[in-house]
Design a protein around this ligand. Structure first.
Ligand code: BES
Ligand code: ZN
Ligand code: ZN
Length: 505
């Protein structure tokens, strides 16, 4: 078993071309698709030994539906110990999205059966860069388990696949590089998921800053961490107000990537991630049911850090700085009260009507700081509002912007990355929901359009710099696992952040 420094199990990923009969592995998987009535199946040669697949299809035991599997031991004429048929769904609908999930579902179902080495055979129509990248990513995503803190005996991750090979008819350098990129991006998502999964007693703002320092030094990125005093000198009263109720000191982490040859003129991309390591709600306290999940209120911060880890290796030609405001929203005797008025960096005063709307308070100062440092384009990711799940359910990130062109570019990148984003409106009328008689702006609007008023609050600090806000509150955590991914943190937005950087022109 391969392990990293933290004792996590690492899956070795490789690509090879050898005749399908010669592939040695505990399990060799081939894709089989659904067959519409009247059509003849075009199944890969080894799949139908002695009419096995014909029988499976006739009996309804296997039809090629997505993620379905059928396993044959000691397949005749193959070096592999098992032949696994895996459903690819409808052949004309097969895309990298399915390739990613099929690889994840294979890893998850086969590791539970004790398989240690897995090969996925792709034929000449399937063996293209985007599928191979997605398969490598998907295998890593599927391998990850949230059980780091279980004692060994009960661990799901103890049943791990050690090697994952993609087998193709003909090896080309582009395919090898695609696999490599898939590995880098998959590992980045798992790094993000590790951070999000850590409980708040073990991942305090200080520990998040340590994790950022470690990542930055491993990847050769610059890092600067502002402490309470430095933030006070910059006038970040909005962020510091949230931190008042915790004994854990707050930080503003800045991780910088500089390309060797920058393109795109004067562009300075800023990626901002909400890093609330635990959100009790403060004095506007949350109900106890489900509060334990509020350890994931730093999923935006973790996504930004995961993206920076990959960006350092993929080296896109655009400078990017990640800004991570990190605090714990707690309730000691110093906690901020509803009605308190704080002054944000830049001088705007904010009436804190609800201490549970803390994400926007820390992001306001981080966004202002990013502008102060020269950001020309800002994207933030934040588990900002419960309301985004009411609006969009769990399948789309909510996007908000003050610059439609920039938002269109970002949404195009999220599509390439296989993530779903849905833009919500930012008409001026919604801004009217944010009115305070006592300060420049309140930190909450009324009952309606909660995700939009949250975004408008941020926009008051982002304008006029082109900015997109991604509300990931409903997409960063899965309450139930799926066949291709475990329950818990999803690593959402990591791929989109990376892709935006790679697509930058
Ligand atoms: N961290 C929460 C948002 C959240 C809710 C994330 C559920 C993940 C799951 C955020 O700080 C918050 O509490 N927002 C409030 C805003 C309200 C007070 C206007 C909310 O959504 O209830
Ligand atoms: Zn909150
Ligand atoms: Zn929060």
């Amino acid at each position: 078993m391969f392990k990293d420094l933290e004792n996590n199990i690492i899956m070795k990923i490789s690509i090879q071309s050898s005749p399908v009969e010669h592939i040695a592995a505990d399990a060799l998987a081939v894709l089989c698709f659904e067959v519409a009535e009247g059509q003849t199946p075009s199944d890969p040669a080894p799949a139908n030994q002695n009419g096995w697949l014909t029988d499976l299809r006739a009996s309804g035991e296997f039809s090629g539906k997505l993620y379905e599997t059928a396993i044959r031991h000691r397949p005749a004429g193959l070096a592999a110990k098992r032949l696994v048929l895996v459903g690819g769904g409808k052949v004309d609908k097969f895309s990298p999205v399915e390739a990613r999930r099929v690889a994840g579902a294979l890893v998850r179902s086969l590791k539970a059966k004790g398989v240690k080495s897995l090969a996925l055979w792709l034929d000449s129509t399937q063996a293209m860069e985007a599928n191979i990248l997605a398969a490598a990513e998907g295998a890593l995503i599927g391998a990850w388990e949230p059980d780091k803190h279980k004692s060994d005996i009960k661990k799901d991750s103890a049943k791990a696949i050690d090697t994952f090979q993609v087998a193709v008819p003909e090896l080309r350098p582009e395919l090898e590089s695609a696999l490599d990129r898939g590995r880098i991006i998959g590992e980045a998502q798992n790094f993000t998921r590790d951070l999000v999964n850590e409980p708040a007693n073990l991942l305090t703002p200080a520990k998040l800053a340590d994790a950022a320092r470690n990542m930055a030094s491993e990847q050769g990125l610059e890092i600067e961490v502002l402490d309470r005093e430095a933030m006070g000198q910059l006038g970040m009263g909005s962020l510091l107000g949230v931190a008042m109720g915790s004994d854990e000191p707050p930080y503003l982490i800045a991780v910088k990537y500089k390309p060797t040859a920058a393109q795109g003129g004067e562009t300075q991309l800023a990626y901002v991630g909400k890093g609330v390591t635990f959100d009790t709600g403060g004095l506007s306290i949350k109900p106890s049911e489900g509060m334990e999940r509020m350890k994931y209120d730093m999923a935006g911060a973790a996504a930004v850090l995961g993206a920076m880890q990959a960006i350092a290796q993929l080296k896109p030609p655009v400078p990017i700085t990640a800004y991570i405001p990190t605090v714990e929203n707690m309730i000691n005797g110093g906690a901020q009260r509803p009605g308190d008025i704080v002054t944000a960096m830049g001088g705007k005063t904010i009436e804190v009507l609800n201490t549970d709307a803390e994400g926007r308070l820390i992001l306001a100062d981080a966004i202002t700081y990013a502008k102060h440092k020269g950001a020309t384009h800002i994207v933030d990711a934040a588990t900002l509002t419960g309301a985004i799940g009411i609006a969009l359910g769990h399948h789309n990130i909510g996007a908000f912007t003050n610059d439609q062109d920039f938002c269109d570019r970002l949404i195009a990148s999220t599509k390439t990355a296989g993530e779903k984003t849905w833009q919500l409106p930012m008409d001026d009328e919604y801004k009217e929901y944010l009115k305070s008689a006592f300060a420049d702006i309140p930190n909450i609007g009324g009952r309606y359009g909660g995700s939009i008023t949250a975004a408008w609050f941020l926009r008051e600090f982002a304008d006029p710099t082109p900015w997109v806000h991604l509300d990931i509150a409903a997409t960063a955590w899965l309450d139930e696992g799926k066949s291709w991914i475990s329950k818990g943190p999803t690593g959402v937005a990591v791929r989109s952040f990376i892709q935006l950087a790679l697509d930058w022109k």
